[in-house]
Design a binder for this molecule. Structure first.
Ligand code: HEM
Length: 271
């Protein structure tokens, strides 16, 4: 199975814009990613959990056993695959918060009744959406603002969730452009108007994994942000990005809050 992806040029499909699941098999050693930003990102989580707790944490009271199991899995994975990381548990915290304080990933727990529902989540680094609006709702409802999700992704996503097994996990990438570098971006997507130099390329590396004991599904989101200006020297990336921005349907461009960034980027690089 593949090693962690370099998270810039490879995130944009060279074949142009497409709405796809793009799931790839995930080996256990690559579930969590640890890098040089760990201390800073965990400090940010700490601050957000203190000051913006109701924005970044949502618990329904369901999925408690799954959260305990998730904490066990996170500590086991760090100890086994990232032995350099100090694992200090906050025993007085909810297990989901304790787990979240250990990793750069955002953590979501889903359980199935008639549908897969988000029952517990700690999301400190949302890309312009509000956790409070999603908690307790189904995969379909969570994705209701996403153009094309209903027609192309809803059924296959449901099927993948139903068929997940603890030894068969997956990862996928999602990317966008935003006019703000902050990792913590709750709220709505409003069209950005600044010059391409002031935009940021934001990649989410997402994983889905079934827990063995509780049978819940854990969805992780790891967010990487790079200044767009730092990437424009990579010609292949810039070509692919422009092709994707131009090829995306208007509904997607509006949903993403891209404004006329495609036109301004084309003008900036002379295409
Ligand atoms: C294989 C599974 C999944 C697929 C294929 C998928 C696909 C997508 C896509 C294509 C988008 C649009 C993002 C963009 O273009 O910027 C999206 C947005 C989103 N997804 Fe997923 N997703 C999956 C699983 C999940 C799960 C398990 C959650 C649970 C928390 C989730 C939460 C969200 C949220 C909150 C958004 C933003 C929606 C909004 O703008 O209000 N996704 N997803």
């Amino acid at each position: 199975m593949a090693a962690p992806t370099p998270l810039t040029s490879s995130a944009v499909d060279a074949r142009g814009w497409r709405l796809a699941m793009g799931l790839r098999p995930l080996a256990p050693e690559y579930w969590l990613e640890v890098d040089a930003n760990r201390d800073a990102e965990l400090a940010r989580k700490y601050e957000l959990l203190a000051r913006e707790r109701s924005t970044v944490l949502a618990l329904t009271g369901e999925g408690e056993d799954a959260c305990t199991e998730l904490l066990e899995e996170v500590t086991a994975s760090l100890r086994r695959y990232h032995p350099g990381v100090v694992v200090e548990l906050d025993e007085f915290e909810h297990p989901l918060v304790a787990a979240s304080r250990l990793v750069q990933e955002d953590l979501c727990v889903l359980e199935r009744d008639d549908e897969w529902r988000l029952v517990a989540a700690c999301v400190c680094f949302p890309s312009r959406w509000n956790l409070a609006e999603k908690i307790g709702t189904s995969l379909d409802a969570i994705h209701s603002p996403v153009p094309g999700y209903d027609e192309s992704l809803a059924a296959p996503t449901r099927k993948v969730f139903d068929r997940l097994e603890p030894d068969k996990s997956f990862w996928r990438l999602n990317w966008t452009l935003l006019d703000n570098a902050d990792l913590f971006q709750p709220g709505a997507r409003v069209p950005g108007e600044s010059a391409p130099e002031d935009w940021f390329f934001r990649v989410e590396r997402q994983t889905i994994r079934r827990l063995a004991r509780s049978r819940a599904v854990v969805f992780t989101i790891r967010t990487y942000v790079s200044a767009l200006s730092s990437l424009l020297g990579d010609e292949e990336f810039t070509e692919n990005l422009l092709r994707a921005l131009r090829g995306a349907p208007l509904s997607t461009r509006e949903y993403k809050g891209w404004g006329d960034i495609a036109e301004r980027l084309a003008a900036r690089i002379g295409r």
